[in-house]
Design a binder for this molecule. Structure first.
Ligand SMILES: Cc1ncc(COP(=O)(O)O)c(C=O)c1O
Length: 344
């Protein structure tokens, strides 16, 4: 029995805590506080179990057709993953040689660094703001937009300019783009762009984190590379059906997204009133610095009150808390709790 050296060295990714108790106000993993579209429930209720005797469509054509409609892409430019995390993992295999580097903004989605470690290559982070600075032999750049955990939104033209001068593949990770005022989808569908992939997930704006469906759009050769190396049946039959129902219900999606944005505005205003420094967010969370007390202490005090937010220790992130936008009621309860622990 032998475990590779890189696996032995690996510091595994730590996902946000998933509490067992329903009493917890859970604002730590950027999930959606509203249920998925009622069309998903209908699809599940009428799902013919006999279909599970058979393998699912390995190339999820019905889903791709719907995604193509939404994004303006051709189906040959669409790939679907078992969550967008799977797409990231496949990309680390398909677009990076053993001596090359995976790069991203820093701070950003902390899984990127772990993916590089799993792939046994280096990761490099570029400071946010100003020109991107990364090593010459970087071959995959993961640009989270809006960024996580900061919530900041980069301009599509700045990402396009960066990609033009980058020799590798740029994946714009748009996990939170449905909550933002602009997105980069037109960069992925423009035939002149040869190295830009735009990735989305159903985990956030569609309230389907438990289903595990993400997708990406990009140039045909890059998308074909992902199909080549994926597991044969990476998206199960139930996930394909439920995801399709969610994508088709555009009106419900729009309504849910606008509720979250409205609550984000209300909550940001309330935090600012209390003296917090809140980075203007285009996502379904805010990254905020308390006027007094340490972020770590407030995180712990909230946890005692059954309110979970996210704290990322470290020089770049340790001064702030990342707080997912829940319902108005949840955010009001959080504000009350913050007032009672006297950090404002
Ligand atoms: C920036 C970013 N990308 C990707 C993901 C993963 O999404 P999925 O649930 O589709 O794997 C997350 C989840 O938190 C995220 O924050």
């Amino acid at each position: 029995m032998r475990i590779t050296e890189s696996t032995k060295r690996l510091e595994a990714y730590t996902p946000g805590e998933q509490p067992k108790s329903k009493a917890v106000i859970k604002l730590n993993t950027n999930e959606n506080p509203y249920p998925p579209s009622p069309k998903c429930a209908k699809t599940l209720a009428s799902f013919d179990l006999d279909r599970l005797r058979r393998y699912p469509d390995p190339v999820f054509m019905a889903l791709r057709e719907e995604i193509a409609k939404i994004t303006g892409a051709k189906t040959e430019n669409v790939f679907v993953g078992n969550g967008s995390d799977e797409i990231l993992s496949l990309s680390a295999k398909a677009f990076v040689e053993n001596n090359e580097i995976i790069a991203s903004l820093n701070p950003s989605y902390s899984l990127y660094k772990t993916l590089a470690a799993i792939r046994d290559v280096e990761w490099a982070g570029s400071p946010i703001g100003g020109k991107i600075r990364i090593p010459e032999n970087s071959s995959l750049f993961l640009w989270t937009n809006p960024n996580a955990p900061t919530g900041e939104l980069a301009k599509p033209q700045d990402i396009a300019l960066f990609a033009r001068n980058f020799k590798g593949v740029v994946i714009v990770d748009e996990a939170y783009a449905d909550f933002a005022k602009v997105n980069c989808m037109s960069l992925a569908t423009a035939p002149k762009n040869k190295n830009i992939i735009v990735m989305r997930t159903l985990s956030k704006s569609y309230s389907l984190a438990g289903l595990r469906v993400g997708f990406c759009i990009g140039p045909k050769d890059l998308i074909e590379a992902l199909y080549k190396i994926k597991d044969s049946y990476n998206v199960d039959a139930i996930a394909q059906s439920v995801a399709l129902a969610a994508l088709k219900d555009r009106a419900y999606h729009k309504k849910t997204v606008s509720k979250v944005i409205k609550t984000r505005k209300f909550f940001t205003k309330e935090l600012v009133k209390r003296g917090w420094d809140v980075i203007p967010s285009e996502a379904n969370f805010v990254f905020a610095k308390p006027p007094k007390g340490s972020a770590a202490d407030i995180f712990a005090a909230l946890k005692k009150k059954n309110i979970f937010v996210r704290y990322f220790p470290g020089e770049l992130t340790g001064g702030r808390l990342r707080i997912t936008i829940g319902t108005d009621e949840e955010m009001t309860r959080l504000l009350k709790a913050l007032d009672s622990i006297a950090c404002s």
